[in-house]
Ligand binder design. Sequence first.
Ligand SMILES: [Zn+2]
Length: 409
Amino acid sequence: MSSTLPGIVFDLDQTLLDSSALAYLRDNRDWGALGRRLGEVVPFTPAAGGVAPESVPTALYDAGVPVGVLTRSPRWYAEQLIRRFGIRHTALITGSDRYLPKPEPDALVGIARLMGVEAREIVFVGDDAVDHEAASAVQAMAVGVNWAASPMPGWTRFWPDLAVADPDLLLDLGNNLAALGDLVLAGVRARWHWGTLLRPARDVFCCGRYFQTTDIERHRGHPLTALTLRAKNEQAAAEEVGRLMAHAAEAEHWRQNPPTMVVSIPPDPDAEWDRFAPVRPLVAQAFGAIDGAGMLTMNGGVANYKTMSHDARATANRGRFSASTQVSGRRVLVLDDVWTSGATSEACAQALRDAGASKVEVLALSLTQEPRAEFCPECQVYRLCHKTGRRGPFISCTDWRGCGYSRDL
Ligand SMILES: [Zn+2]
């Protein structure tokens, strides 16, 4: 596919090069110390036989693909690193070039212009949710890289169109690498890799993304979002969900230690039907596991659950679920439909562990996505973004140095 790629843009820090040792100097704009310690920026170590991330732009450039490098770091810093590591490129935009910071898409539009391509035709490769959000704002394809192949809670609200943990995949981008749910609904066979299932938290896997109704552009015409909604009420749609989620059993992750029992989030005590009833047996069969119907029960409904914060949900969920002792010693997979804060599935997981389950994992149909960011109420110029600090996640103005607005989540 690389020869047909109209253009590709790379973030620099933590995408092409490992500059984690200097992150706090960049954040504090301590340019003097940053300049003296530039030698501490190192390449990522490729997996055995794989390509190194910083060699990917050059390989694509040599194959005739327009290549951009887009960074918030200063120009002198970017140019020195690009020279030292021999990164060939068509265009470079840095933090010295007076564009609005990501997730504002201005710099992406600017670099597309320099590369002579439409912004929406670009593939934007980055490690941070603000990279994915900027790409999404101009309808460009967002590729998220995570060379550590660890769960990515920081991406949860803005998951990329494609998540990769293997740099080799960047040389061979194709539709068969997308999220499982999108591939199954498009009739495309998955080429399995780390990013085929979304991984918002440890032991949590999602088949794709769910775009909210307020996210008009992305909500409309997204088959997995439509199926997620239909499956809440329609038997036939729930069966389709079961066939889709059964494909998760093909994932390499479960080759060694597959679940031995499949359960599902129980319905409210007053619900008319259990929407997982058609799903669970199909998934259990695909894994060669026991259908754990009735193993998990809800002790009572909670009023206004949907509007509660994560912490309020966690409190309301205490003691809300109970599990049969028949789960004891089993590796249990919990099926969920839309994973939002994770509070419900975590409460179920806790009940299963309390009943003696040896391992509990969650497989959800889709991962709720944040609509495009709202404007900062303080400056009304920049947008808000999600950050994670020492005390946990919070919301801040993207111009946090100038405007400084922030609030707790
Ligand atoms: Zn602001």
